[in-house]
Design a binder for this molecule. Sequence first.
Ligand SMILES: C=CC1=C(C)c2cc3[nH]c(cc4nc(cc5[nH]c(cc1n2)c(C)c5CCC(=O)O)C(CCC(=O)O)=C4C)c(C)c3C=C
Ligand SMILES: [Fe+2]
Ligand SMILES: [Fe+2]
Length: 367
Amino acid sequence: MPFNKEPPHQHGTVAKSAIVLVNLGTPDAPTRPAVRRYLKQFLLDPRVVEIPRAVWKLILYLAILPFRSGQSARKYATIWRRDGSPLKVYTERQATALQAMLVQRGHHDVEVAMAMRYGVPALPDVLDELKARGAERIVVLPAYPQYSGTTTASIWDAVFDHYKKVRNIPELRLVKHYHDHEGYIEALAHSVETYWDAHGRGDKLVMSFHGVPKRTLLLGDPYHCECHRTARLLAARLRLAPDQYMVTFQSRFGKAEWLQPYTAPTVQQLARAGVKRIDVMCPGFTSDCLETLEEINMEVRHDFESNGGQDYHYIPCLNDNPSWIVGMAEIAEQHLIGWPTMLTPAQREAQRRDAETAREHAIKMGA
Ligand SMILES: C=CC1=C(C)c2cc3[nH]c(cc4nc(cc5[nH]c(cc1n2)c(C)c5CCC(=O)O)C(CCC(=O)O)=C4C)c(C)c3C=C
Ligand SMILES: [Fe+2]
Ligand SMILES: [Fe+2]
């Protein structure tokens, strides 16, 4: 396989560090063609659906894309913002705020970018742009606190696939998870406490995570355990007794069994059992998106209310909450360790001048 041609090697270049915050991706518009394009790329990823390719392609092209594209487009239309898809808007804001927070913490010399696994800005393009701007060290930070083969590993596949074609590969650090990181748990706790201060608190806190097929758990995917660990740590931090919270899994896709208990039937049962008020949060989603704003805040709310529940509260995701930006900076710092990120602009300028002198010298010497 041919490898891409690199620009001529320059002596004395100054290497920069970068962080790329990678989220799942989202359609470009809440329309049928845009959602179809997005679903096709997403659902063709073998990490996401582990069915033999030929069989799956038949099902996808004949049964899923023709129906789901329109259905999902209608759902996206209910949450779409003037500035675009919530997932993208919040991920962009997080990247901008993380950049500013890192500078505030003394890391003047690290660039933060945002990318999507599916759709745009496409991860390979962002990796290329960072490299073109001199990034020789890159931290890949998935927007998923809990590791899953279906999400985190898929980002890694995209990184590895991209660099398979590249001759001069930057130094890489891939963040696997931060489901139990203090900065993440603290940000979650802060968002719940802030919500409770403003709206009072419910009889139960439901922590709803995105589901995955149960088969992946049986095959050794740690996702289920990491969700439960997050929930235990958050409950401990909020001083919740075991009967004051529960863990559920949402967004089931297809007919196979997924991780249980499922969110919607659980909430219906709670309403039927006479629980009057529940607070629902989605700790596994760092940004609000279709699955939280439409499924949890609209569909599941309706399930609760139509089964006799009185008071349904959805606690928003971390989004660009200042405490989460601090948490992200702490996570990023752990993975930047040892890399020179604290150069001030003046120091970087001095380095650049040194590099120029080295380059001129190398040219004189015929190197
Ligand atoms: C088909 C199987 C799916 C698996 C496995 C899966 C895992 C998974 N997904 C997220 C996070 C998100 N998923 C989102 C949307 C979404 N997810 C699936 C399917 C699977 N997800 C579909 C088909 C869709 C598209 C919407 C729809 O048609 O229902 C989103 C929201 C994207 C947005 O644009 O707002 C997120 C975020 C995780 C964390 C995960 C496994 C742990
Ligand atoms: Fe999903
Ligand atoms: Fe488990």
